[in-house]
Write a protein that binds this ligand. Structure first.
Ligand SMILES: [Zn+2]
Length: 649
């Protein structure tokens, strides 16, 4: 028996014990709608089609059932109703006529004959191209990510907590799976989960595949990896060691844990778009196939799992009251996403660095890129951060092009990161390092461990202000009004300058920036000529294609736009080396660079007057100030070894 098989056996034993506990739980109150059943047949996952059968309680007469519309974590009305096909409605053996609501496409009306006590709906859910966004069922020939929000129907008017569901799942032969859902029984390739509320079911995704393995991290915490190859399961000991430090660092930050078991679900595939989605007792993390093997790959997205884990406290347990809606049909109000996601961006990066999944130098380089990106956005002269949060339902699904003029949903994450760092450094300054934002997080995390089914502890903005004032009295309302509600010409860099650093530009990219460009097949020249490009090794053929153009830049002045393709520079075929050489050659000169540009089906010659040479952001230590950032990102549960210095040259 290998060590991995023994871990898997230990996991099964732990889940079986939980299943017993779940069955022994008190019966649901009589007011609950009992015994909905959802069966998913995923045996054709490789074909990207899933057969579903839902049986719901119903009584004679008009009956309306709904498909989830507002999906937690997506913060928008994005439930993929278009994926539901071949739908048939029955009462017993009798097929029932149905009609979609003319206003709410997620509601379906039917009439239940007398004597019937339930309605069964059989349908298929078709998957999407696995690169096409995570809201759809995602599968490859080797793995699948299954979310019950894709497969659930429920009676209109029922609440997520009020519907008790027994769910079954059949997988392709030989596939195994990981999930936070307690298991009631397994028969061959079919598993039946212990009855759970619809809320818990939809909050508990499943990763499954032909190559799937569990790694124990700590008591009640494991990493479930599903990959496109067996080779990708050889998670590096260095990464595992970082993850084991993470599951100590996060409780050290927040205090008590608010989950029964926690499962980091990690899908490793180059065919699936990288992303992460938070849940209370698990997280759905998606990265490239070799992510967990190679620190050159995971260090550029080192905060992926720490960010989603942090959400178990901040976002799932503590949640804006406006986001804690009772079902999946009522709209969310998203104005506090600058706390939900902004604080979480800061804490996720902080935990990744404290666990040393990210080095401190990489975190400084990450902050430099964030600060420069936010500082250079032209959209900040019309749209305050509050409006990026208010507009999240449409900004999350906005195209990437023109993000800089539009400001994106990413801004309440990234500018939120800078603002919460500023709050942390402010507390440290006001208390002479006696206190920090850690004290706020510990009050926020609220208390001791719980092993019960997760609950939500909602808050509003006044609660945030009050809690900060309890750490240290200060005009916190004014602090956030200035940074969240007011248009500001520059990014909030107080956390960086107060932390003992300055944002500077040099002609060398940081190692993190270089690795990021390498992995994403991009050339980031936004800080010099004002545009980013696809590199010559882009497998999707994006060579020379412009991703974005900054408004206040030579590229914009020259008339370049997202989607244009640069064919040649100064008469030579476009490549990253040719661009680099041209930026250096024109430095301090007066003659502009000459681009041959393709726009749609037209070609033209464009002069681009850029004389700065290459420019890349860095944080430079300011020796006149104490190094507060070293304290912010210092581990709390262990003493880290020395790391190589990479000060900008
Ligand atoms: Zn998040």
């Amino acid at each position: 028996m290998t060590v991995f098989q023994s871990l898997a056996a230990a996991r099964f034993a732990a889940l079986a014990a939980l299943a017993v506990l779940a069955f022994a739980a008190p019966a649901a109150p009589a007011s609950e709608i009992p015994d909905e059943r959802i069966d998913v047949d995923a045996t054709r996952a490789a074909q990207k089609i899933f057969h579903v059968s839902v049986t719901m309680p119903a009584s004679a007469g008009a009956f309306t059932f709904v498909y989830p519309k507002w999906i937690p974590g997506y913060h928008g009305p994005v439930g993929p109703i278009e994926d539901v096909v071949d739908m048939h409605v029955f009462a017993g053996a009798t097929a029932l006529a149905w009609r979609r609501d003319l206003v709410d496409a997620y509601a379906v009306h039917t009439t239940v004959p007398s004597g019937a006590a339930s309605v069964r709906v059989d349908f298929d859910v078709v998957g999407a191209d696995s690169q096409n966004g995570q809201i759809h069922p995602i599968s490859t020939s080797q793995l699948a990510i299954l979310e019950y929000s894709n497969f659930a129907l429920y009676p209109q008017g029922a609440t997520a907590e009020g519907v008790r569901v027994e769910a079954g799942l059949t997988l392709p032969a030989g596939w195994t799976f990981g999930t936070a859902l307690p298991i009631a029984a397994t028969h061959g390739d079919t598993v039946t989960f212990a009855p759970a509320s619809l809320y818990t079911l939809i909050d508990s995704p499943i990763v499954a595949g032909a190559h799937e393995k569990a790694f124990a991290l700590a008591d009640r915490t494991e990493l479930d990896v599903s990959a496109d190859s067996a080779a990708a399961l050889a998670v590096s000991p260095k990464y595992l060691a970082g993850m084991r430090r993470l599951v100590s660092e996060a409780p050290a930050l927040y205090g008590g844990k608010h989950y029964r078991d926690y499962h980091f679900l990690l899908t490793l595939s180059d065919l699936v778009a990288s992303d992460g989605l938070e849940h209370h007792e698990s997280s759905d993390n998606r990265a490239g196939e070799r992510y967990a093997l190679d620190d050159k790959i995971y260090r550029t997205e080192a905060d992926l799992l720490p960010h989603e884990y942090s959400h178990s406290w901040n976002g799932k347990y503590r949640r804006p009251a406006d986001l804690a809606v009772a079902d999946y049909q009522a709209p969310e109000k998203t104005d506090l996403l600058w706390v939900y996601e902004g604080l979480n961006q800061f804490n996720g990066e902080k935990l990744a660095t404290r666990a040393r999944i990210s080095s401190f130098q990489d975190q400084l380089d990450r902050l430099a890129i964030t600060a420069a990106d936010m500082d250079l956005e032209s959209g900040r002269d019309w749209r305050p951060i509050r409006d990026t949060a208010d507009g999240a339902p449409f900004l999350y699904v906005a195209p990437g092009a023109f993000y800089e003029q539009r400001r994106s949903a990413g801004d309440f994450y990234d500018e939120g990161d800078l603002i919460w760092l500023d709050a942390d450094v402010t507390i440290r300054r006001l208390t002479h390092d006696a206190k920090s934002l850690d004290d706020f997080c510990r009050l926020w995390g609220n208390g001791s461990d719980t092993t019960s089914v997760p609950s939500v502890n909602p808050y509003d903005e006044a609660d945030v202000i009050r809690l900060l004032a309890s750490v240290v009295p200060y005009d916190w309302a004014g602090f956030f009004k200035e940074r969240i509600d007011t248009v500001q010409p520059h990014a909030p860099l107080g956390g960086i300058t107060g932390g003992g650093y300055r944002l500077v530009y040099t002609d060398k990219p940081s190692e993190l920036e270089r690795l990021s460009d390498e992995q994403h097949h991009t050339i980031d020249a936004r800080y010099s000529l004002g545009a980013s490009f696809g590199s010559e090794d882009d497998p999707s053929g994006g060579e020379g294609k412009i991703g974005n153009v900054l408004s206040a830049s030579p590229a914009f002045a020259a008339g370049l736009a997202p989607g244009d393709r640069v064919i040649a520079i100064d008469g030579r075929k476009f490549s990253s080396d040719v661009l680099h050489d041209a930026l250096v050659a024109h430095m301090g000169a007066s003659k502009p660079m000459q681009f041959i540009v393709a726009s749609d089906d037209r070609y033209r010659i464009v002069d681009v007057p850029v004389f700065t040479g290459e420019r890349f952001p860095h944080l430079m230590r300011d020796a006149t100030q104490p190094d507060e950032l070293a304290k912010v990102y210092a581990p709390r549960t262990f003493t880290p070894g020395p790391e190589p210095s990479a000060e900008p040259e």
